[in-house]
Design a protein around this ligand. Sequence first.
Ligand code: NAD
Length: 326
Amino acid sequence: MGTDHVARLTSRISGARVVVVNDFITEKAEQIAAGIDGCRAVADPLDAIADPQVDAVVLATPGPTHEKQLLACLEHGKPVLCEKPLTTDVATSLEIVKREAELGKRLIQVGFMRRFDHEYAQLKSLLDSGDLGRALVLHCVHRNPAVPPSFDSAMVVRDSLVHEVDVTRFLFDEEVTSIQIIAPSANPAAPEGLADPQIAILRTASGRHVDVELFVTTGVAYEVRTEVVAEKGSAMIGLDVGLIRSHSGGIRGGRITPGFRERFGQAYDTEFQRWVDAVHSGGNVDGPSAWDGYAAAAVCAAGVESLNSGLPVEVTMVDRASIPGA
Ligand SMILES: NC(=O)c1ccc[n+]([C@@H]2O[C@H](COP(=O)([O-])OP(=O)(O)OC[C@H]3O[C@@H](n4cnc5c(N)ncnc54)[C@H](O)[C@@H]3O)[C@@H](O)[C@H]2O)c1
């Protein structure tokens, strides 16, 4: 993701320059920096954040590194676009929310990029317009052709479902209060021990129902579909209706996006352009906040608990009003 984000910042986003790159693997950072005019590799991530030439930071290191690096960004007062997850557990995510709130200004945006996808944005506008009446149910499908060998059952919740958790909160403007994960018979093609597919059932504060089919070893392509059922009709996105071609033999069809980069490329670009613009304007954030990262972490923690027990689990979150500025 870091390499992707550097490429988008240097080629497609206006108003930003990549001046410092850091990676645990020094040669990787040096190689990337060498390809960009005026860019340097800095060996220590905390030095990179503190560097006086750096006005704003993109964090695309693995989740376990985020807490320390986010705290450094807050300490230096630097706006940061942090890839999801905010941190890897609920307690540290809450701590980050509190530390930012104490500063009295927003500095953290979390990389839930689906909010910037034009189809999700259209769906949100439709719901907000009231044309569909009150939304009652959300059906989601999240399928990957394959995942790396290190991907385990909890990661299906933390790395995949986390996006639908944010989509739910984004579309419905309310918190998720309980979650149940059901693991039906596993796909024989899934690696040994991986619970795949999984079905997630979420309930929101006002009692709305959300179900998500998560299936990360389909061997087919990247399929993300979202359907809202409301009082006055329903609406669906993610059908991948691009070019439809007729072939000899009487076959008609199109192509499904192979991966998340192709499906959400436009969303990442829009996310970055709006973030860069927000940093320039002094607002620093134009998208999901640290609170959104904390809320997603809380729902996913309850989801992992449910994956182990098979039972519905209540989501435990602090009252937002108890943290002024959060
Ligand atoms: N928004 C999305 O759709 C999306 C998609 C994929 C990944 N992500 C997120 O992006 C982040 C990175 O994921 P990835 O798939 O690119 O991981 P990756 O493992 O492919 O790359 C991580 C990079 O960080 C470097 N690194 C590791 N520890 C470091 C440290 N302490 N300091 C500096 N560099 C360090 C590694 O050397 C590696 O180059 C994760 O938080 C992940 O959840 C988000």
